[in-house]
Design a protein around this ligand. Structure first.
Ligand code: PLP
Length: 424
């Protein structure tokens, strides 16, 4: 398998030239020069309203449509008619939930993971509007030594499934725990259990925001109905992408677009307004960048190379945080401590016990040094952090170090050096 040429990778990102260590990538990634160039190109040469018949209008329409083809390929959607754009994943999930209003019956049950509020709030609000019931699939500890070593177990999901299950909303990757949910396996088990229970209609929504920078998405293989991810975390810009399976688009979704638009089989059904045109076009640069990472010119090969390389970043950080001295000091990883492909290099921890430290103070020490960006808090996975036991101060939350494939082992070693100093 091809490995990443890290110098070549870094040369694509102008922001990395300064040497600043970007370690808050789960918040947002850096952007390639080609993405920036396409924004400038769009605004310089084709910045007119879509749909017009004059020459420039035709060109601008074509460019925005190319953005949708990129998204369809990133998601492996069956058709470009299943994908759309929105200003944020938060907005996309809210729009999907609103458009589902007419297809939810009182007593229907939703099963949701305790993750980012963007993928909890819309379903909770939909349930409240339609008198549906919300059940939570909560993460539980895997290690007796660390109560915060939580992860999702499929055996805890299945008992939640009943004949009334209508929707499951899961996160493919936790933006706090860094752990991946094996979507294909989970959805298969869930659908089988729902069928056995006699469920009428089950749809699955997947939050791919924390997943998409690290692994290849495949909505067909996963057998899911709804999905969203944000390009600003996938080396692009502040625009997000939606997936709605065509069957769901036709039978579950009521249009939230203008009443006179004929959009029954069109993702525009879910888009009450147009996307940022220059941003939609700029997403077309994400695909060639990803494919350029390996000689195969293939998305799967590139994500395999990313996943393998990220293990090298994970190892020194997890090894430091779990060594006997740090454990004695009170360091506890929030999430699992495995160094394997079941997680991405988003690593959260707290310092508890007699010499407890506030997450804010740990991050503050990094901020004082001025050359490494990390962050603390609940990262909008509010319920996840709120439900951890022993209870944490939710607003102080966890310290999160989140890396992607353009980070280097040298950078991780520098982060570990500062941690060693701060925790001494
Ligand atoms: C897992 C997860 N889901 C959803 C979101 C919300 O995405 P957006 O900022 O595009 O609304 C985030 C943002 O941090 C996230 O990490």
């Amino acid at each position: 398998m091809a490995s990443l040429d890290i110098d070549q990778v870094r040369a694509c990102f102008p922001a990395l030239e300064s040497g600043y260590i970007y370690a808050d990538n789960a918040g947002g990634s850096q952007t390639t020069q080609e993405v920036i160039d396409r924004i400038v190109d769009y605004l310089s040469n084709t910045n007119v309203q879509l749909g017009a018949d004059y020459f420039v209008g035709v060109l601008s329409t074509q460019r925005v449509a190319e953005g949708s083809f990129t998204i369809a390929e990133l998601l492996n959607a069956a058709s470009v008619n299943e994908v759309g754009f929105g200003p944020s994943s938060t907005m996309i999930f809210e729009n999907i939930a609103r458009a589902l209003d007419n297809d939810i019956q009182p007593g229907d049950e939703f099963i949701i993971t305790d993750e980012h509020e963007a993928h909890n709030g819309p379903w909770k609000r939909l349930a409240a509007r339609r008198n549906a019931v919300v059940k939570y699939w909560q993460p539980t500890p895997v290690s007796a030594d660390n109560p915060y070593s939580v992860t999702y177990k499929v055996e805890e999901l299945l008992p939640l499934v009943s004949s009334r299950t209508r929707l499951a909303a899961i996160s493919a990757c936790s933006n706090v725990l860094g752990s991946l949910i094996p979507v294909e396996e989970v959805v298969k088990a869930l659908r089988q259990r729902a069928k056995d229970q006699g469920a009428r209609k089950v749809e699955v929504s997947v939050d791919c925001v924390a997943y998409a920078p690290h692994r290849k998405m495949d909505v067909q293989k996963w057998d899911i109905d709804y999905c969203a991810f944000s390009l600003y975390k996938v080396y692009g810009v502040h625009i997000s992408a939606s997936y709605v399976r065509s069957a769901a688009l036709q039978t579950s979704i009521t249009s939230i677009a203008h009443h006179f638009l004929k959009v029954d089989n069109d993702p525009y059904k879910l888009q009450p307004g147009g996307p940022g045109y220059e941003l939609a076009y700029a997403t077309t640069a994400v695909m060639p960048y990803l494919k350029s990472l390996t000689p195969e010119d293939d998305l799967e090969a590139s994500f395999d190379a990313i996943a393998n390389y990220e293990q090298e970043l994970l190892a020194p950080l997890i090894s430091f945080l779990t060594d006997a001295k740090q454990v004695e000091r009170g360091v506890r990883i929030v999430g699992t401590s495995e160094i394997n492909l079941s997680r991405v290099p988003t690593v959260s921890f707290v310092v508890v016990g007699q010499n407890a430290m506030k997450s804010k103070d740990i991050v503050g020490a990094f901020d004082k040094k001025g050359d490494i960006g990390i962050r603390y808090g609940h990262f909008y996975a509010y319920s996840l952090v709120d439900n951890l036991r022993p209870k944490l101060d939710v607003d102080d939350g966890v310290v999160r170090i989140s890396l992607v494939h353009y980070n280097t082992v040298g950078e991780v070693e520098k982060i570990v050096e500062v941690l060693r100093e701060v925790l001494a």
